[in-house]
Design a protein around this ligand. Structure first.
Ligand code: PEP
Ligand code: MN
Length: 338
């Protein structure tokens, strides 16, 4: 349920309504727009008589939100969420490029790749230290050692850093070393992990599960928002379909669908979506043309030697080309390249 307060009313009246809701056992989330404050009320609202609140001083209207996701919905927040990553903002006019290796392997590989992507114009450096590998015999990541390297590389090249956490115990180290926490596709419905990152006050990139519907994905984001962390970036990374030629099938339509349903920014990972580096460029173009707020791309200085996801990792020269393409496409869709 949401409560829309009257335009430009006193803070005191808002506090009065909030106090009443809290005393009735509800959680209240505020969304302060340019002219209205909206209160998102969560808890057992089904039994509540909305008139009780409609009659309070300063209340313009009380609306029951029909979607199962509430705080992530456009009804709760009319303005788009812009997530500030320090060196750039995601969700505003800018299109943001995040790039780097799938996994951090060693200093030479990470710094070499970071130097190349920074020079080409990427603002955010990716690199996994805790890797969700399908096989237990595959390289599992360098852990904290890797996170330390990522922080050093981010500092050296003036980039914001992003890395995945797979379980609650990894959050603490990630908070110390990285700027954005990534929740991977395989953990999109790890509800305990989602609630835990809901408690932190750093941006979270939430990938879509490979078999998740858009509604399930937004409900996963709802877990994070319900904890009070509103800095969420959604990432479409392809879903499982009957097609086997590509690793996954990129659901381009998820971009406008999510933008209609939610205020959260959405970016696309064309690397995991296709699993093949020759498909990364066309799908990056398509994603930006469809309205994505950014892309997350795997790049490696020597993809043939990569310990993880080599076939989908771009060569640095290809990444330069991709950035050149974006410099044409981004203004054509009336956005700016961060
Ligand atoms: C990754 O970004 O390296 C990754 C494992 O992605 P996903 O969770 O989308 O498979
Ligand atoms: Mn990968």
């Amino acid at each position: 349920m949401i409560i829309v307060m009257e335009k430009s009313i006193d803070q005191e009246k808002i506090e009065n309504v909030v106090g009443k809701l809290i005393s009735r056992g509800f959680d209240v989330h505020r969304s302060t727009g340019s002219d209205h404050t909206i209160l998102g009320v969560v808890g057992d609202v089904a039994s509540l008589d909305t008139r009780e609140f409609e009659l309070l001083d300063g209340v313009q209207e009380v609306v029951r939100v029909s979607e199962p996701f509430k705080l992530t919905s456009h009804t709760f927040k009319r303005e788009r969420t812009v997530v500030d990553l320090g060196v750039c903002k995601v969700g505003g006019r800018d299109v943001v490029v995040m790039a780097g290796p799938c996994t951090i392997e060693n200093e030479k590989q990470l710094f070499g790749t970071a130097r190349a992507v920074a020079k080409a114009g990427a603002k955010v450096l990716r690199g996994g230290a805790y890797k969700p590998r399908t096989s237990p015999y595959s390289f599992q990541g360098l852990g904290i050692e890797g996170l330390k390297m990522l922080r050093a590389a981010g500092k050296e090249f003036g980039m914001t850093t992003i890395s995945e956490v797979m379980e609650i115990s990894q959050i603490e180290s990630a908070l110390e070393y990285v700027d954005v926490l990534q929740i991977g596709a395989r953990n999109m419905q790890n509800f305990n992990l989602l609630s835990a990152v809901g408690q932190v006050r750093k941006p979270v990139l939430l990938k879509r599960g490979m078999s998740a519907t858009i509604q399930e994905w937004l409900l996963a984001a709802e877990y994070i928002m319900a904890g009070g962390n509103y800095e969420i970036i959604l990432c479409e990374r392809g879903i499982r379909t009957f097609e086997t030629y590509t690793r996954n099938t990129l659901d381009i339509s998820a971009i406008p669908v999510v933008q209609k349903l939610s205020h959260l920014p959405i970016i696309v990972d064309p690397s995991h979506a296709t699993g093949r580096r020759d498909k990364v460029m066309p799908l990056t173009r398509a994603s930006v043309a469809a309205g994505a707020d950014g892309v997350l791309v795997e790049v490696h200085i020597e993809p043939e030697k990569a310990l993880c996801d080599g076939p989908q990792s771009l060569y640095p020269e290809q990444f330069v080309e991709l950035m050149d393409e974006l410099r044409i496409i981004v203004p054509a869709v009336r956005r700016t390249l961060a």
